[in-house]
Design a protein around this ligand. Structure first.
Ligand code: NDP
Ligand code: 8X3
Length: 251
């Protein structure tokens, strides 16, 4: 059978682009997210090309996560690839004025959510004595920038978990890779700025940002290396971006 990948955050941006590329390459898909209509639409489209099932859950809720993963149909229970992608930033404020709700959201989704999903799947991979986990971090997990505080902390945690997983799962033949993008033009900034579309668009103005498809292409490259090759860590910027704070804009 072709390999099966579970992708969290498949309803938009990097997760959706990865699902589309995986489908083209005959990878079977378990698409996850909270927006049911979008997942349903994507399933309808991609099931013309590959086998697709969907799981609706909020990564913050461990009961939802485990129930959803335990409910997978028999032919989707063997998961070869886990893409821990669901995540986002909420707000961009100095540490002294940050909102507790925003902090909770980022820690609960980006860190605890990633852990809950991993915890539900890793034992199955250990039983299989094989598996591949890709953790989507960020340059915010490699650097810290003004007002990025808690988002950066959450992505530093993802970076640490990526390295930890690689060490702990090494003897179980499970490959683990972290991918850390700079600015990618997705719904990310709309979420960060709570629906302020103008402010969100401005983040990507005056230069060519990375596109979700660029990251999908890299994820696909990473998971299709020969079995003895494990890319541990990969940082990718738009050409116009030299660091989280150095961005060459034209206007
Ligand atoms: P999008 O906002 O386009 O996508 C985020 C995805 O995460 C959506 O599919 C959303 O699905 C899912 N998600 C969010 N919250 C939850 C939740 N509580 N439970 C389940 N799913 C959730 O952003 P991106 O594609 O850009 O983001 C994907 C990953 O890439 C994130 O981890 C982000 O931190 C990271 N990243 C993004 C960068 C960028 O510049 N865009 C740069 C570096 C890293 P739904 O709402 O349907 O649940
Ligand atoms: C998203 C990239 O620079 O906005 O993780 O933190 S950044």
């Amino acid at each position: 059978m072709n390999p099966t990948a579970l992708i969290t955050g498949a309803t938009s941006g990097i997760g959706k682009a990865t699902a589309e590329l995986f489908a083209k390459n005959n990878i079977r898909l378990i698409l996850c997210g909270r927006r049911t209509e979008r997942l349903q639409q994507l399933q309808n489209t991609l099931s013309k090309t590959t086998d697709v099932t969907t799981l609706y859950f909020d990564v913050r809720d461990n009961t939802q996560v485990t129930n959803a993963i335990n409910s997978l149909p028999e032919d989707f229970k063997h998961i070869d690839i886990l893409i821990n992608n669901a995540g986002n930033a909420h707000g961009l404020s100095p540490i002294q004025t940050g909102s507790l709700d925003d902090w909770d959201a980022m820690i609960d989704i980006n860190v605890k959510g990633l852990l809950y999903v991993s915890k539900a799947i890793i034992p199955k991979m250990i039983d299989q004595n094989s598996g591949f986990i890709v953790n989507i971090g960020s340059i915010a997990g490699k650097e810290v920038y003004p007002n990025g505080n808690v988002y950066c902390a959450s992505k530093h945690a993802v970076n640490a978990l990526n390295k930890s997983m690689r060490i702990d799962l090494n003897k179980h033949n499970i490959r683990v890779s972290g991918i850390h993008p700079g600015a990618v033009e997705t719904e990310f900034s709309e979420v960060r700025f709570k629906g302020d579309t103008e402010r969100a668009k401005n983040v990507y103005k005056g230069y060519k940002a990375l596109q979700a498809e660029d990251i999908a292409d890299i994820i696909h490259f990473v998971v299709t290396r020969p079995y003895h090759v494990n890319i541990e860590d990969l940082i990718v910027y738009p050409t116009a971006q030299a660091s989280a704070t150095i961005l060459h804009k034209n206007d």
